[in-house]
Ligand binder design. Structure first.
Ligand SMILES: NC(=O)c1ccc[n+]([C@@H]2O[C@H](COP(=O)([O-])OP(=O)(O)OC[C@H]3O[C@@H](n4cnc5c(N)ncnc54)[C@H](OP(=O)(O)O)[C@@H]3O)[C@@H](O)[C@H]2O)c1
Length: 236
């Protein structure tokens, strides 16, 4: 990325997912990127670390351990859930279920709030922390309805990011924290919906290259914003 000096360090949280793995590949191919550290739930990294967004201690421990490797110029978070065992996005109010709400918020909102708490302090003064959000989390753009838990969890994530950006500005005026929508991408998460091959869904590598280009061009006064992969600013 051009925004950083010639030996920048990156941390990818959620590196086991389709989008996270594509970010790792992009950054490993960038000759200016000195180091890319991966962190995920299912694949221990070079330090033997894994994290579970529902386990605060695992996040605190990982951040504490990685402090020695940082600070990081770029931290990208590409974790999230939309469906799972006994979990499908709601089509109507009658489908709302406490366990689906709790699971979706735990992974998409509460875990990322703790990532802000523990990992934002590991960012350099000119660094950028980006969370993969989703356009369906836009309140202003919600025309189709449905997917109550997922939409609300991403809208709340965007609010956490906006709020953290205000605090970050006081401490590191040139650093940024933003939300970015990847577009529809082929992955496990999108597979049951429009995310299979043969649909409009794009390969993760295309989406990550687009997102990195957009993130590269952001200015400090755009911190706290919500952007699409192509640079378009999205309504809250
Ligand atoms: N694909 C799309 O079309 C699309 C569209 C809009 C937004 N997004 C967003 O993009 C992000 C990445 O999704 P993806 O498409 O790459 O999906 P994916 O391939 O299913 O990846 C999801 C990632 O989330 C991780 N994860 C889930 N629960 C976790 C937990 N409790 N603790 C730690 N990690 C956890 C998974 O880790 P393990 O595999 O290690 O368990 C995996 O790395 C998500 O935030 C999603 O909402 C995707």
């Amino acid at each position: 990325m051009k925004r950083f000096n010639s030996s920048y360090k990156a941390l990818i949280i959620g590196a086991s997912g389709a989008i996270g793995a594509a970010f790792v590949k992009d950054l490993e191919g960038d000759k200016n990127c000195e180091k890319v550290i991966q962190l995920s739930r299912s694949e221990p990294n070079e330090f033997g670390l894994t994290i579970d967004l529902k386990d605060e201690v695992s996040l605190q421990f990982a951040a504490h351990t990685l402090q020695l490797e940082g600070p990081f110029d770029l931290i990208l978070v590409s974790t999230g859930i939309l469906h799972g065992e006994n979990l499908m996005p709601e089509k109507r109010l009658a489908d709302i279920d406490m366990s689906i709400l709790q699971e979706t918020f735990a992974v998409n909102t509460l875990g990322p709030a703790l990532l802000l708490k523990y990992f934002l302090p590991l960012l350099t003064n000119h660094g950028l922390m980006g969370f993969i959000s989703a356009k369906v989390g836009s309140i202003g753009d919600n025309r189709l309805g449905g997917w109550y838990s997922y939409r609300a969890s991403k809208a709340a994530l965007n609010m956490l990011i906006k709020t953290a950006a205000i605090e970050l500005k006081r401490q590191k005026p040139d650093a940024l924290v933003v939300a970015i929508h990847p577009g529809t991408v082929i992955s496990e998460l999108s597979k049951p919906f429009s995310g299979g091959s043969g649909t409009n869904a794009r390969d993760a590598q295309i989406a990550t290259q687009e997102m990195l280009r957009t993130l590269d061009g952001l200015k400090p006064d755009q911190s706290g914003g919500f952007f699409a992969y192509d640079g378009q600013e999205l309504p809250w």
